[in-house]
Write a protein that binds this ligand. Structure first.
Ligand code: HEC
Ligand code: HEC
Length: 379
């Protein structure tokens, strides 16, 4: 009897193993190479040498307080957290950002920015602190330069922080110096906003170490999606590395016309960085001798920069819709559908030969979406 039970158990085991092997996905060497690039997570962050407040605990607390303070805007109605809602993965859920006036770009998440090289959809800033200053100055967003000054002059706590970190009172500082300090403190805070480990990360480790049991915890549909992502879909070529972006710019056939005129993306971004006194080439870079401005120094506008946008990181992407620089695609299904039927005639820049219509069937579209969803952490 015991023997029969053993045999029955053995048969069941073989049956279940064969189901597993039929269902498990086999990756090619190239796919495995890309998958390897997507970790480990989180990468080590060395700190931002251009920002002396990077990693400073006082600046992190001060920056966090500034980030949510409505008094940073002209009419006291808008803080950074109005659009970058902390409980909502630092996005607003709208197609286009809405400040004092309506904007023309989709609000990006402010998570995982410690690893970026350029900031904003067009790379309009070359440091996180430079990027943080823009919405305060922008008339359409917060129009808050005077408001920031008033806050530091009237509020003892904010005035005290400023004095401590700047070494002089806000009254002695120019508007530009004041904004740089505020931008750097908020950068110190935002650098700490890093998303958690995901089911994809656990699968990646299991796959690379051959841990079959752990691998099976990852849905088969996500595995097939990952295979498409790192293989035939060529998504990993642009969405490369631990944060699923190579940090650069590309065009994917999304319209660059706005309700007002055109948004030429990277083209204006380069111009902005090259002409702004707040870039890493200017006097506010706290450690220019470290070579941290080299990328900016060698930046050149090219004719294919026109209409290119930053390749966004994809961690927590399921939580940050609508998608693309103009928020024109509502869901991840829409995004994958866009790549599936991409219209090559709309790609006006050269060299985007990576993108081809993939003509995915509905299961393949679901698979890619289920993979993208696995890039969100468990909480
Ligand atoms: C009116 C809504 C709105 C407000 C208010 C706002 N932002 Fe943004 N934020 C956006 C939009 C839209 C973008 C994309 C902008 C672009 O590409 O030019 C963005 C982009 C960013 C980025 C770049 C992220 C990346 O992926 O490169 C950072 C950093 C940022 N905001 C920080 C802040 C800070 C700090 C404040 C407060 C001082 C703030 N934002 C206030 C809407 C807003
Ligand atoms: C040529 C480089 C390139 C390739 C290849 C590529 N992407 Fe993208 N991806 C981009 C760029 C650039 C954007 C932003 C485009 C815009 O806003 O105009 C983007 C945006 C996205 C977004 C929206 C993210 C957000 O926060 O709005 C998702 C999701 C995405 N891509 C997934 C994929 C998938 C899946 C594939 C493979 C089928 C893929 N990408 C292939 C460059 C690329």
């Amino acid at each position: 009897m015991a023997r029969i039970r053993h045999i029955v158990f053995g048969v069941m085991l073989i049956a279940s193993l064969s189901v597993i092997s039929e269902d498990s996905v086999v990756f090619t060497e190239t796919e495995l190479g890309f998958i390897q690039s997507h970790g480990p997570w989180p990468p080590v962050f060395e700190g931002d040498s251009s920002n002396r407040l990077s990693g400073d605990p006082r600046a992190i607390v001060y920056g966090a307080r500034l980030f949510s303070d409505l008094r940073l805007s002209r009419d006291g109605s808008i803080s950074c957290a109005t659009c970058h809602v902390p409980e909502n993965n630092f996005v607003d859920g709208l197609s286009l950002g809405k400040g004092i006036e309506d904007g023309v770009r989709n609000t990006t998440t402010t998570s995982n920015l410690a690893f970026n090289r350029w900031f904003g959809w067009g790379g309009d800033a070359d440091s996180l602190w430079m990027q943080n200053i823009r919405p305060i100055v922008s008339r359409a967003e917060m129009d808050g330069v005077q408001a920031v000054r008033n806050l530091h002059e009237s509020d003892l706590e904010f005035g005290g922080w400023f004095m401590e970190l700047q070494g002089e009172a806000v009254q002695q500082s120019s508007d530009e110096e004041m904004l740089v300090l505020v931008g750097k403190a908020m950068a110190a805070f935002l650098e700490t906003q890093i998303t958690g480990v995901t089911s994809f990360d656990r699968f990646r480790i299991a796959l690379l170490s051959g841990d079959q049991r752990q691998m099976q915890r990852y849905p088969i549909s996500a595995q097939r999606g990952l295979k498409l992502f790192s293989g035939r879909g060529q998504c990993s070529v642009c969405h490369f590395g631990p944060n699923f972006t190579n940090g650069e710019f590309a065009e994917t056939g999304i319209s660059y016309f706005t309700s007002k005129d055109v948004d030429n993306g990277r083209f204006s971004g380069i111009e902005n960085v090259k002409t702004s006194p707040l870039s890493l080439l200017g006097k506010y870079n706290d450690k220019p001798q470290s070579g941290n401005a080299d990328k900016t120094r060698f930046l050149r506008k090219r004719h294919d920069s026109f209409g290119q946008f930053r390749i966004p990181g994809l961690r927590s992407v399921a939580e940050t819709g609508p998608y693309m620089h103009n928020g024109s695609l509502e869901t991840l299904h829409d995004v994958v559908g866009h790549y599936s039927h991409i219209d090559l005639d709309r790609l006006h820049t050269d060299g985007q030969s990576i993108l081809k219509p993939l003509n995915l069937n509905t299961t393949e579209i679901d698979d890619l979406v289920s993979f993208l969803k696995s890039l969100s952490d468990d909480n």
